[in-house]
Design a protein around this ligand. Structure first.
Ligand code: ADP
Ligand code: MG
Length: 345
């Protein structure tokens, strides 16, 4: 995980807006030829050769994150990564980000530096340039808005709407972990509130906690698809939960779907922590959310290209338009998927 520094205290109003921006962005270096002009002017200048995709996401303190268990550096990292995930979900390479921030004077310069350390680390890790943003004060709390841009390769963007009947439904990585990571953190935080001497032992939950606090976007999967010369027919990233993302693909493509409970890629730590919390792993896998994996459909004849790849799992197939998107359980029952709040059966 990312290390947080010991906080010292410099008020932000002692710096002023311009000095603050300069301070936070001085380590933003330009690494891509498509970034012609970066931070410092009224706007950045970019030059992409083909189509550009652009996406934005806003994170509001108390709504999307809680600083009681989200370290500031992780917050900055995650704010960038979740946006890059949307770019990769279009089958594009992420290239630039802009970061806008509203902060209350409760935050010190050192705290904001931590957020930016996470932002810069994510940019470096994914090879994207930070090319601008906006900085303002807020009456209360912290709001972060990230806009990401990406370049679409010659094969074109992949939309949610392209799946057809009989296409295979594929998911990258494993699912449900981020949600169970949050459950672990919430539980530890409750214990801490009662007993501040309590030192959380997160060792045996490390994978799940990391999935929650330091998610990664699947740049590697988009690269792999290029290498395999495989263009998905439709694609989406899993931010809200597998079930609701499947419903989006089905609705926007005008198809139904069957997914198989026994095919879900689940990490062993996820399974054991579900048992510990007495939660049904299938329910959580379907409705947990925040996994930032890619969910996509491919033509059946492309199956050989992904067969045996440990990063990619076929979990079902698309059916005809009138068919309700459904889960086939281990007991071979067929149950309609729900977008949210999946009830254990
Ligand atoms: P303007 O008055 O035109 O909005 P600013 O003083 O807000 O200009 O911004 C100056 C430069 O710094 C611009 O290039 C802007 O994109 C960049 N910038 C401002 N705030 C941020 C931020 N939080 N993160 C990254 N770049 C920023
Ligand atoms: Mg501005």
């Amino acid at each position: 995980m990312l290390e947080d520094k010991e906080p010292t205290k410099t008020t932000i109003d002692s710096l002023g807006e311009f000095a603050l921006i300069e301070h936070l962005t001085k380590s933003a270096t330009v690494s891509l030829p498509s970034t012609i002009l970066s931070i410092g002017d009224d706007a950045a200048v970019l030059k992409h050769h083909g189509e550009t995709v652009v996406s934005t996401d806003m994170l509001v303190e108390g709504v999307h994150f809680d600083l009681a268990y989200m370290p500031l550096k992780h917050l900055g990292y995650k704010a960038v990564v979740v946006n890059l995930s949307d770019i990769y979900a279009m089958n594009a390479q992420a290239t630039q980000v802009l970061v806008s921030m509203a902060v209350s004077n409760r935050f010190t310069l050192e705290a904001i530096e931590e957020i930016y350390a996470g932002i810069h680390l994510a940019c470096k890790t994914y090879g994207v340039d930070l090319v601008g943003g906006d900085t303002t004060s807020s009456k209360q709390g912290l709001q972060l808005s990230v806009t990401a841009l990406g370049a679409v390769s010659k094969t074109g963007a992949v939309l949610r709407s392209g799946a057809v009947e009989n296409d295979l439904l594929v998911v990258s990585g494993d699912i449900g972990g981020a949600y169970m990571g949050l459950q672990v953190l919430v539980r530890e935080n409750e214990v801490y509130k009662v007993n501040p001497q309590h030192k959380p032992d997160l060792e045996s939950y490390s994978y799940l906690v990391e999935r929650q606090l330091k998610p990664e976007a699947r740049k590697d999967v988009v690269q792999l698809l290029q290498e395999l010369d495989l263009k998905p027919t439709a694609m989406i990233d899993i931010s809200d939960g597998l079930s609701s993302e499947i419903m989006h693909l089905c609705k926007q493509s005008g198809v139904g779907c069957r997914v198989y409970e026994n095919k879900f890629p689940l990490d062993p730590q996820f399974i054991s922590v579900c048992e510990e919390f007495k939660l049904d792993s299938t329910t959580i896998a379907l409705s947990g959310g925040e996994d930032y994996e890619l969910l996509f459909t491919i033509k059946q004849e492309d199956f050989d290209k992904i067969k045996g790849n440990p990063n990619l799992t076929v979990i079902g197939y698309m059916t005809s338009k009138g068919d309700v998107p459904s889960l086939v359980t281990r007991a071979e029952e067929v149950i309609p998927l729900k977008a949210q709040g999946w009830k254990a059966f």
